[in-house]
Design a protein around this ligand. Structure first.
Ligand SMILES: *Cc1c(COP(=O)(O)O)cnc(C)c1O
Length: 398
């Protein structure tokens, strides 16, 4: 999914506009900026492309998740249901607000299992946060039903699935709020950046103010603005937004190149009867950023992962043993290693992590290998890669 692979004149031109005007900040300085409002332009472009009324650009995907939660009024003691397989940003953002991350099992979609979600709802639950990992999605209609039944907020983290759709709608536009990351390893990038998406006027206003110290952004005298509530600085710079503007125009091309490469590899791997593929919810269309598949058991997956490395096939992840994405490696969360004291409510709320096991997640992540799909491969390289993968994997199946 790497936007960083494809980088050129279009990005350079947008950045040059900003450097020429000298205004690197997204707010104010109206007289100096020569009509360049890159962050505003990118917000409008995101709104059109992702079919939402409001897009708030911010400094990172982690900021986007934090702002989405805050905009929906989630804070001290509230519970947010999230998957055991994600990126650490999910629980970091929840913890920053003094809320409690409630981790639940994933299924063969590699994200939230609706049955596990339903079982985890308590009177303290405020939101469900599916994370659309590795270019595909959670079963959003099942999750929406649970939200409707229990009056919960649905927050999609589609950082890893920009460009994918569910029942014809872009991911991130379906929940009450959606979050994107535009960091350097996502399908399109600003260098660093993120966005909060919503159709809800109130949440949009909250996100706008909260990401800039509570400024109301009325009029064009920053010093004279009022501050309806406390905020923080999660602003994106014009330089970063300029890069994203050029990248967003190329999103469809990126997805279609990935799809072509993905299909070649998938077809080859399909010849191996022991391999099964990640399930995509009905009506879902992936961004094809990764090809994710399952092997018969943990040991075979471990051996296959080593054999792929040995064969020089890079970019294939066995997340069970990876340091970042799966609950087994989150000791710092389990042991509550924070720099600052946390509330007794959060301590109490996270006690379950000491004892609870997640066999279902272990089963799926243990057997899963997810391979990054790149844009820059030639057709020959993709075919060679697919052949090397089949060879490496079959060698450990004997
Ligand atoms: C990358 C990522 C984030 C965080 O984004 P940053 O821009 O790196 O802060 C959040 N959630 C998921 C699923 C991600 O992959």
């Amino acid at each position: 999914m790497p936007g960083f692979e494809s980088f050129g004149d279009a990005e350079r031109k947008e950045v040059q506009d900003v450097l020429d005007s000298g205004v690197l900040m997204r707010y104010g300085f109206d007289g100096m900026r020569n009509g360049h409002w890159k962050a505003k332009e990118l917000e409008q472009a995101l709104q059109e492309k992702l079919e939402v009324k409001h897009a708030q650009l911010v400094s990172s995907g982690t900021a986007a998740v934090s702002i989405a939660l805050a905009s929906a009024g989630i804070g001290a003691g509230d519970e947010v249901i999230m998957p055991t397989f994600t990126f650490v940003a999910s629980f970091e953002a929840i913890m920053m607000l003094g809320a409690v991350p409630v981790l639940v099992d994933i299924d063969d979609t590699l994200t939230l299992d609706p049955k596990a979600v339903e079982a985890a709802v308590t009177p303290k639950t405020k939101a469900i946060m599916p994370v659309h990992m590795c270019g595909s999605m959670a079963n959003l209609s099942a999750l929406k039903t649970i939200c409707d039944t229990h009056n919960l907020i649905l927050i999609e983290d589609s950082s890893q699935a920009t460009g994918a759709t569910y029942q014809g709608k872009p991911l991130g536009s379906i929940g009450d709020l959606g979050c994107l990351s535009l960091d350097f390893v996502k399908i399109i990038t600003c260098g660093e950046g993120g966005a909060v998406l919503t159709n809800n006027e109130k949440y949009a206003l909250h996100a706008d103010h909260f990401s800039d110290h509570g400024h109301d952004h009325k009029g064009n005298d920053r010093g004279a603005e009022t501050h309806p509530f406390l905020g923080y600085n999660f602003r994106i710079s014009e330089l970063n937004a300029a890069v994203g503007l050029a990248q967003l125009r190329r999103l469809d091309d990126f997805v279609s190149i990935q799809k072509k490469n993905y299909n070649i590899i998938r077809e080859m791997l399909s010849q191996v009867p022991e391999i099964t593929f990640r399930s995509v919810p009905e009506g879902g269309e992936e961004s094809y950023s990764f090809l994710s598949f399952f092997l018969p058991d943990l040991e075979i997956a471990r051996k296959a992962s080593a054999a792929l490395k040995e064969a020089g096939v890079d970019g294939c992840f066995h997340y069970y043993d990876n340091n970042w994405h799966f609950i087994r490696k989150w000791e710092h969360l389990r042991d509550l290693k924070t720099l600052y004291p946390i509330s007794s409510e959060v301590k109490e709320g996270l006690k379950y992590l000491k004892t609870k096991t997640f066999e279902q997640s272990d089963n799926y992540i243990g057997r899963n290998i997810s391979c990054l799909i790149k844009l820059s491969w030639t057709e020959d390289e993709v075919k060679q890669r697919a052949e090397s993968m089949v060879k490496a994997i079959t060698s450990v199946l004997k």
